[in-house]
Design a protein around this ligand. Structure first.
Ligand code: S3P
Length: 168
C-alpha cells in the first residue's frame, strides 16, 4: 500500500484546510482530486456539473484515482471530493492508495461553513440544512465503512487532528 494519507468527509468538513495546513507546517506534498479534475478539464466543478452532469464528474473522479495509483503517488496528503468515496469501486481504489481518514463534522458546523458557498453544485437552491442532512444520511455509514480512522473534529484544532492521524 502506498504511503499516503487520504482525507475523506462531507463538503466543508475541513479536508482541504487540513491538507493545506499540513503542507505548510510539515512541508508535505498534497493533492486534491477536485483541483486535479479542474486542471484536467480546464473548467470549474460547477461548469462540469452544469454541462455534463454529475455522472460524468463521478467518472472523472474514478479515473483520477486510477491515475494516482498508476503514477505511484506516495507520501502525499490526498483530499478527495465529498462524494468520491461513495462509489464502491472508488472505495477499493482509496484503500490501495493509503490510509483513509474520515473527518467527521456535525451538521450545524457544516451549515455554518457552507452557507455562503456557491462552488458546490449539489448544495445550491433550497434549504441548505435539509440538503446536508439528506446527503449525510445517505453517506455517513459509507464514510465510516471506508475509513481506517474516524476523527470527530468537533472542537479540535488542526494540530490536534493531525496528531490523531499520526498516532493512529
Ligand atoms: C461533492 C463535493 C465537492 C465536489 C463536488 C461534489 C460531493 O468536493 O467534489 O462539488 O458530492 O460531496 P468537496 O468535498 O471538496 O467540497
Amino acid at each position: 500500500m502506498a504511503n499516503n494519507i487520504i482525507l475523506i468527509g462531507f463538503m466543508g468538513s475541513g479536508k482541504s484546510t487540513l491538507s493545506d495546513w499540513i503542507k505548510n507546517n510539515y512541508n508535505k506534498a498534497k493533492l486534491d482530486t477536485d483541483d486535479y479534475i479542474v486542471e484536467l478539464e480546464k473548467r470549474s466543478i460547477n461548469e462540469i456539473f452544469a454541462t455534463d452532469g454529475e455522472e460524468y464528474f463521478r467518472k472523472l473522479e474514478t479515473s483520477v484515482l486510477k491515475r494516482l495509483l498508476d503514477d505511484n503517488i506516495t507520501d502525499t496528503i490526498i483530499s478527495v471530493g465529498g462524494g468520491l468515496p461513495i462509489k464502491e469501486e472508488n472505495g477499493m481504489l482509496l484503500k490501495k492508495l493509503g490510509k483513509v481518514v474520515y473527518l467527521k463534522a456535525g451538521v450545524d458546523v457544516l451549515v455554518n461553513r457552507l452557507k455562503n458557498d456557491k462552488s458546490r453544485p449539489l448544495l445550491q437552491g433550497g434549504e441548505l440544512k435539509e440538503k446536508i442532512e439528506n446527503l449525510m444520511q445517505k453517506r455517513e455509514k459509507i464514510y465510516e465503512d471506508r475509513a481506517d480512522l474516524i476523527i470527530d473534529t468537533t472542537g479540535l484544532s488542526l494540530k490536534e487532528i493531525y496528531n490523531e492521524i499520526c498516532k493512529n
